[in-house]
Write a protein that binds this ligand. Sequence first.
Ligand code: GTP
Ligand code: SPV
Ligand code: MN
Length: 605
Amino acid sequence: MYLGVKWSPPKEEVNFIMAFTNNRKVLDFVEKSAQLAMPDKIVWIDGSEAQLAALREEAVKTGEMIELNQEKLPGCYYHRTAKNDVARVEDRTFICCKKEEDAGPINYWMDPEKAYKLCGEIARGKMKGRTMYVIPYSMGVVGSPFSKIGVEVTDSIYVVLNMAIMTRVGLDCYAALGEDGDFIKGFHCKCDVDPEKRYIMHFPEDDTIISVNSAYGGNVLLGKKCFALRIASYLGKQEGWMAEHMLILGVTFPNGEKHYVAAAFPSACGKTNLAMLIPPKHYLEKGYKVETVGDDIAWIRVGKDGRLWAVNPENGFFGVAPGTNEKSNPNALAATKRGTIFTNVAINPEDNTVWWEGLTKPAPAKLIDWLGNPWTPESGVKAAHPNSRFTAPAVNCPCLSPEFDSKEGVPLDAIIFGGRRASTTPLVYQSRDWDHGVFVGSIMSSETTAAATGAVGVLRHDPMAMKPFCGYHMADYFGHWIEMGKKIENPPKIFNVNWFRQDENGEFLWPGFGDNMRVLEWILKRCAGTVDAQETAIGYVPYAKDIDLEGLDYSKETLERILYVDKARWAAEAEEIEGYYEQFGDRLPKELRASLETLKKNCAN
Ligand code: GTP
Ligand code: SPV
Ligand code: MN
């Protein structure tokens, strides 16, 4: 039984000659998907450039994609989604485990049987007149002990082409599976792109994902948030590893030493930017270098050496376009110059290139906005959707780490949490130890962004930046972090940063972007034990003198202001956290409760 449909296939209707695999589970999954959605045709994606080129051509013919200026942007295409389909839909994203209590208070839950039936009814016959594409893909380098294979079926060429950038698509995935290997099943059907019937369902106990009535990024590129975070976090808990919403970067010191950090910030809160940062001039002159291993997802295991090792399971960047420019993130911009798909940005009709808010100042005089309407700077609306994105191959990134393809990943010196907080949270602080670091991650709050539907700028808890992405009970996830800590002989140090402190006029108090290197340096010095810190109610905070301000027109007073730990505010924060923790009941690890008590005590005296 799959999707509520009994299987009685007229086999000759389905093209299995081109299946490329004798894995009976793959064949069964594809058969059942076809039986349900009734496509006219099945196309088995092999990942070859010839096949992808033909699909691009077809998508341009049907209007699904627009070919951009091939001289200025070779291999680049443009896609517009439906107006109602521009971001992840958290309230329509479900964890469908057997017991409701296992999904926890933070996830939306649906009974698996009900969810299969509902989606079965919605998707039945919806691929009639369409083609179903079968995409074999690997999250991580094929053959790495970290990696896992998925197969996504979809009726969208846009999905095929994006998956071919974001993951490792190819027949070697079938070879890795063999005749009997298991994989994550992903069924996607855009159906009628009806927001009322849009569902993103996860069945962690069945290794299955179903997505219907959307054709947007995180809802439909099933290898990404659905598999690599929601399903993988569940697998990680079972198998003793971690799937996190984290960037991974490497810092090379002037003496040649390399150190790696992973950082969890909520959606549209600066992961891509930090991962690709270019250090200030005097750091470059001294020989510092920052390289990107990943910008969104990290799979992390304990290595033989008792350290944590991280890989980026993705193969591309699905990055926020607005705000990306030559100054803020030249590396990301360079990555979008070839082989990239742009979604919901604006088009400059003069030369058939792309534009978004913040790319250039002033804006071009005339554009076609993300809705397809003529636009001028006087229009009074945004030309690009605030969650418009680029899908760029990782290999394009000038600062891509040589360790990007490493099968073992990179060893972590530090884990950094961070959110978008106008007040309270200082620029940076260090936790006292692993368990306290888990507490620091668990109490993260951040203002919402355009990455998900709903209001923007609302402060909410987003523990470890995983609120929308944890595939099981959040308190059990905290417990898993605590348990992992016991297995790591040489744990990374855990920090929290906040690039988003604001003054009374709503202006950011910290320059951010490349200047975040100054904070990274302090963090790595703390890891090496070469810089002192002041102990405060919330953890260790830098002495202002230890944050390098060379080459920056920045007052020591402002720095002191954003490093200051205001006990009264933190006492209020602790009280708020107490209320927030209540929903976890007895499942909340005692270590976290103890850390909360310490915080309360520290703020009281
Ligand atoms: P997802 O892909 O949604 O997971 O997001 P992300 O965490 O990779 O976010 P990204 O780096 O794309 O940043 C999103 C927004 O944050 C953009 O508008 C950036 O301009 C802004 N931003 C990033 N870094 C900084 C910073 O250091 N300071 C300030 N003020 N803004 C930043
Ligand atoms: C996020 O929202 O955190 C993203 C974009 O990285 S999406 O893939 O749409 O989830
Ligand atoms: Mn993300």
